[in-house]
Write a protein that binds this ligand. Sequence first.
Ligand code: FAD
Length: 429
Amino acid sequence: AINVFWFRRDLRLDDNRGLYYALKDNAPVLLLFIFDKNILDDLPKDDPRVTFIHEQITVINQALQQKNTSLVVKYGTPDAVWNTLIKTHNIQKVYTNHDYEPYARKRDQSIADLLKNSNIDFITFKDQVLLERSEVTKENGEPYVVFTPYSKQWLKVISSKDYESLPSALLFENFVKQPFKPIINLDEIGFEHSKHSYPPSELSDTTLAHYKQERDYPARQGTSRMGIHLRFGTVSIRKIATAAKEKSSTFLNELIWREFYQMILWHFPRVVSENFQTKYNNLKWRNNEKEFEAWCKGQTGYPVVDAGLRQLNATGYMHNRVRMITASFLTKHLLIDWRWGEAYFAEKLLDYELASNNGGWQWAAGTGVDAAPYFRVFNPELQAQKFDPKQEYVKKWIPELTEGKYTKPIIDHKKARERAIKAYKMALE
Ligand code: FAD
């Protein structure tokens, strides 16, 4: 009999919790990755994240070749793949890591049931966060819905064990031995190879040392670009958090925001489609399609907003400060439903993470947990003066600006602000 380790959003061999415990068990381990049709069918055929995943599992497979084994890669729905696997292999246990997204929870429940019918155990581990689900709660056991008390409690609850890396590499003799097989090509699953470039997975000490001073300035290389790696597990959160703990409490605080939103998604999966604060359910969004298109293309006439969207469209990345400005502009200045902007980011961001994206959008719209109050409306020009004082960022993405003329703003700031406050107030009546 064998055990199976199933990779999902934890695409690394090193310090991978579920994999480590699978390798410590007493049966040889087969490694599995599924290109999930349920997810892939909804993505554009040149989606750069699929190329990224493909590259990462190729790296894993090359490492496995040295150990006389190979990654088993399947393409299909998880139900269908598992149905076949349990017929073709003598499987005793299946190991995997937790995933907190609603789709993943449903998928895992369905696979757990399927395996149970064949007397196969489904054993799961916390891997992608340091503290999950109800590990950080209020005294009465309820989840926090405000960040600051959550983060204080997080720092109280966390122990050195939570930061500890597990040496999976010492156990690499315990894989099922099998002939090496290259990974199925992207075109065989209907995708094109994307020419995007991806940030490296190293977190430098220099970034951490300057993070607090540099992180808010979109023209500088002041942030880590770890987003995509944390999303797909190509780095270990424990290693990143250990470096943060030692070198930058500001950076650690951002990682705690990530855990906060994962915890919120776990306890309140309804946020995926609904306002966290239901008191805004009557808000009358204007949802003007032409204005939405202008926003998507970076043609609102507000340079910092337009630069942000152009950076996103060209690179799959947008600086955090600019994410806040563009999201606030869409929801408040244009009164367009946050779900539209959220979906646009979800399609474009390389580091797209359901929990953080939803959290960020609902924060900007004022509908979320711990959200900005409705009467706080970012002034895009003041934001730009403060965080891009020399106009380096906007000029990089909007060459027309250098000539001194630029499109007229789609809406006057003062008018938009008044209109937003009125609409939000009316929703509360
Ligand atoms: P760094 O500043 O170097 O931070 C390091 C890591 O900490 C990030 O990679 C991320 O994992 C985490 N982090 C940092 N800030 C936040 C935050 N505010 N909330 C949650 N986690 C954070 N982050 C995503 O990972 N995926 C998203 O889809 C996403 N969508 C967002 C949408 C909006 C409207 C807003 C306002 C923010 C969003 N964020 C999202 C949070 C943040 O903007 C990005 O994590 C950050 O810009 C990624 O760049 P970085 O890796 O260089 O971050």
